[in-house]
Design a protein around this ligand. Structure first.
Ligand code: E4P
Length: 217
């Protein structure tokens, strides 16, 4: 499973790219506004530090304007993925941009039928929002499982990008459900490594080694 960071902050991303485990980045207008930085400058910086896909979201409503915005965004760097909303116009823009050879992430997916439409429109990624469904009392992970089944039934190549991830359990469940990608807030990525038995075990190993009085180097 690929791990993306859900952030528009180049500094925050740079620190975690150093782990060598980050496959891509997703941004959205809310995350971009939160940084207070120039949208284009931040995306250019992020695209330089991340080898994989960097999603940049359009803010237009009509298909033609989304396509124009998408083309402008793809000029930033070759690894920009245009992010469009799951509307009829968004799907039209998705089809046009993907037919032209661009990668497209269809976002704000909350149902299996929406995911089916996005795959038919040639989406590179579909972004089901797990956390927001959970917030509303639904089972967000069930959506991932159903999309996985539908895509496998028809051999759709669209990758399932589990989004709106809120905690480490979501990551484990998305991996078990067969999501191709999960996009994580930096705090969730950092939390993935923690286990108290790892810390306790390492402390004991080092203590025992010290008592032996030897050295490897
Ligand atoms: C995905 O691409 C979105 O940026 C993101 O995951 C939305 O998450 P939120 O529900 O925490 O805002």
């Amino acid at each position: 499973m690929k791990l993306f960071l859900d952030s528009a902050d180049p500094k925050e991303i740079e620190a975690l790219v150093a782990t060598g485990l980050i496959d891509g980045v997703t941004t959205n207008p809310t995350l971009a506004a939160k940084t207070g930085l120039s949208f284009f400058d931040s995306l250019a910086a992020i695209c330089k530090m991340v080898p994989g896909s960097v999603s940049a979201e359009v803010t237009a409503i009509t298909a033609n304007e989304m396509i124009a915005e998408g083309k402008k965004l793809t000029a930033i760097a070759p690894n920009i993925t245009v992010k469009v909303p799951l509307t009829w116009d968004g799907l039209r823009a998705c089809k046009t941009l993907s037919d032209a050879g661009h990668t497209v992430n269809v976002t704000l997916c909350f149902s299996p039928n929406q995911a089916l439409l996005a795959a038919k429109a040639g989406a590179t990624y579909i972004s089901p929002f797990v956390g927001r469904l959970d917030d509303g009392g639904h089972d967000g992970m069930e959506l991932i499982r159903e999309i996985r089944e539908i895509y496998d039934n028809y051999d759709f190549r669209t990758e399932i990008l589990a989004a709106s991830i809120r905690h480490a359990t979501h990551v484990r469940e998305a991996a078990l459900a067969g999501a191709d990608v999960a996009t994580l807030p930096p705090s969730v990525f950092k939390a993935l490594i923690h286990h108290p038995l790892t810390d306790k075990g390492l402390a004991a190993f080092l203590e025992d080694w010290k008592r032996g009085g030897q050295s490897i180097l």
